[in-house]
Design a protein around this ligand. Sequence first.
Ligand code: KIV
Ligand code: ZN
Length: 523
Amino acid sequence: MTTASGAVRIFDTTLRDGEQAPGISLDTKEKLEIAEQLARLRVDVVEAGFPITSQGDFEAVRAIADSVGTQPGAPTIAALARCHPDDIARAGESVKPATRPRIHVFLSTSEVHRTAMLRGASEEQVVAQAVDAVRRAGTYSDDVEFSPQDATRTDEGFLRRVIDAVVAAGATTVNIPDTVGYAIPHDFGRLVGDVVARVGPEVTVSVHCHNDLGLAVANSLEAVRNGARQVEVAVNGIGERAGNCSLEEVVMALATREDLLGSPTAVRTPEIARASRLVTTLTGYPVQFNKAVVGRNAFSHESGIHQHGVLADRLTYEIMRAEDVGVAGSTIVLGKHSGRHAFVRQLDEMGYELSADETARAFGRFKELADRKVEITDTDLEAIVADEITTAADDAFELESLQVSGGTAAAPTATVRLRSRDAGAVVDESSMGDGMVDAACAAIRRATGVEARLVSFNVAAVTGGIDALGDVTIQAEVDGQRFTGRGVSTDVVEASARAYLHAINKSVRLRRRSAGPVPLRTP
Ligand code: KIV
Ligand code: ZN
């Protein structure tokens, strides 16, 4: 992938490091949808996963390499591997279909990591293992990235030695990970500047900053000022612990202050808001209201003085335009009388490619929604489509109906009707609960026989207005493992039931991989 001179490549790791955030588990379909959006954003590299970790991850990386990675102008598709032959073989196999495959190998170099994680490996052993891994990765792709894990807490003399060795072995990108978010901008800039001078122009220097001290973006910008030509990011800044450098923040800083930094990216910034919403939706990780660039309040002005200023001239209080990041007001696109043709055309214009089955289901949901909501916006459509994406044709259970009764005077009671695909039958169950949502979840638990403990619950409105769609994201724990679920509906209890059932379906899918079909629990 070529970028203009002075340009910075954006390496997106939402699907790898981002997915390592607690409670996030994306399936292949969801990962593909995010990868499609990353391609629309025009990121340069999509790190699609860590294939050795599971068969599911391998399949997802392979599917992304095969579809997104072969489109015209496709991003490079990278897979992560430890410096072990099996890891590298698996990563190489997974990215093989891509037009531009990359293997990203990493090995801990700091003393604390070497002692605790590499069973006290000596410096010599680490160098030898890194060199061997880079050479091996080079047999699968010409594009090999090496990361000395915990670089910022590694003795600098040793770090230089490792870098010299992996470059000599054929690494084309050397990444400097601030694995634990320990770096301080001016010092990190100095370190990166030294590495840039050392490796010369043929090798790309990259940075991968974690946000433990809230400095990931600042450190990345300082690295760019000192010659780094790749920045590793995640949408909404998700990732291990406090997360990764946020894509939207670093990209908009580079765009807004190009006068100072002179390092544009190829990112199509009007796609940022949609990427952010999609990642929020599919991961269940909400974005704080005051988050830079993509937070709900990022472009709203509350105080009278600010409103007055913006009305007179938006430059008084705005350094970016909302439309430049795609958060300009959502437009009304369809209504009750819109037909299937208009619906499909609108999805097409929004860049969605759904299968015939997904289109049919999404259209059904649209019609239901149109009966309850007068104006359907592009953001509503996005929510419906995302809901359908997360509803797989092979889901064990489908919600056919939900009825709730009671309230403040009588005990809340919910009755659900679920269809079990495996059993080809329906089951009705009722339950009381502490509230409507609790009652609905209890009834679903009875009907499915799956004990899912609700760990977190988040509800947001998709758009403004009293008839707004409620967007519910939950995390549920089944057999000690967490699953994210999501549902949308104009009725918040129904959205919650859908989200809860979505998480249960994910848990069942995982269980099915090792066992057979799930029997319908009969009352
Ligand atoms: O934070 C880190 O060190 C990583 C490496 C695998 C690059 O994620
Ligand atoms: Zn990381």
